[in-house]
Write a protein that binds this ligand. Structure first.
Ligand SMILES: CC1(C)[C@H]2CC[C@]1(C)[C@H](OC(=O)c1ccc(O)cc1)C2
Length: 228
């Protein structure tokens, strides 16, 4: 890894760690009561927080702010769901003590989200957990997800592809260094991004089923997902 690639990884990992879900949100998971209403409000707070964290992290990806302004928006809107599931998978897979995981499962289960979304979501969490990614890999994989050039409405495809390529080159080197015993590790990481894309569909249905029950989203969530 070259000096400048090391600098790139450091700035991305610092940004990734700087913007975490505040403890009070995760603490509330354990405290608030379990009504469907209360659960939905908690998940809304979590999702809103995740989107705020995503925007701050993305602004710190070297080169992102020099992209066309409208393309920046298109990338954020196009990757928000995937980035959110990726980060919550990473948070669930390690930092949260086991109690949180079960509690989150319960709250998600009793928030008006129908069972059909639970399985793919928790399968994804499990497949991320199995990878036991280090924080550099987590941060870079999130950056790679955000810098996916084939999102709707992206105009300068090449510019985004160049940025993503830079991240992929570093990520591949890191994987080789970090997992010398598993030459397929990098390929498995990228395989998770394919699985992640399938969650977009489930998420859209999740939003629709919540809206059917007249649940209110926050303005930020309405804006990023073009609802209401
Ligand atoms: C862990 C998750 C990624 C999983 C369950 C909660 C999440 C934060 C997310 O919730 C929403 O998208 C969501 C969207 C709108 C809303 O009002 C509430 C939650 C889906």
């Amino acid at each position: 890894i070259t000096k400048e690639q090391q600098a790139l990884v450091k700035s991305i990992v610092d940004a990734y760690n700087r913007h975490q879900i505040p403890q009070d949100v995760t603490k509330k998971l354990l405290q608030e009561q379990y009504s469907a209403e209360e659960n939905f409000l908690l998940l809304t707070e979590m999702a809103t927080n995740q989107v705020q964290v995503l925007v701050e992290f993305t602004k710190n990806i070297p080169g992102f702010l020099s992209l066309d302004r409208e393309d920046q928006i298109a990338l954020l809107k196009g990757s928000a769901v995937e980035a959110m599931f990726l980060r919550s998978a990473q948070v669930l897979s390690k930092r949260m003590p086991n109690g949180y995981k079960e509690v989150l499962k319960e709250r998600v289960r009793n928030s008006g989200m129908s069972e059909e979304f639970m399985t793919p979501m928790f399968n994804f969490y499990k497949s991320i957990d199995e990878l036991q990614m280090v924080q550099e890999e987590q941060a870079l994989l999130t950056a790679v997800t955000i810098l996916t050039p084939d999102r709707p409405y992206v105009k300068d495809y090449q510019a985004v592809e160049r940025l993503q390529e830079t991240m992929l080159v570093v990520l591949r080197k890191l994987c080789v260094l970090q997992h010398p015993q598993d030459p397929q590790y990098f390929a498995r990481l990228l395989g998770r991004l394919t699985e992640l894309r399938t969650l977009n569909h489930y998420h859209a249905e999740m939003l629709t089923s919540w809206r059917m029950n007249d649940q209110k989203f926050t303005p930020l969530l309405c804006e990023i997902w073009d609802v209401q």
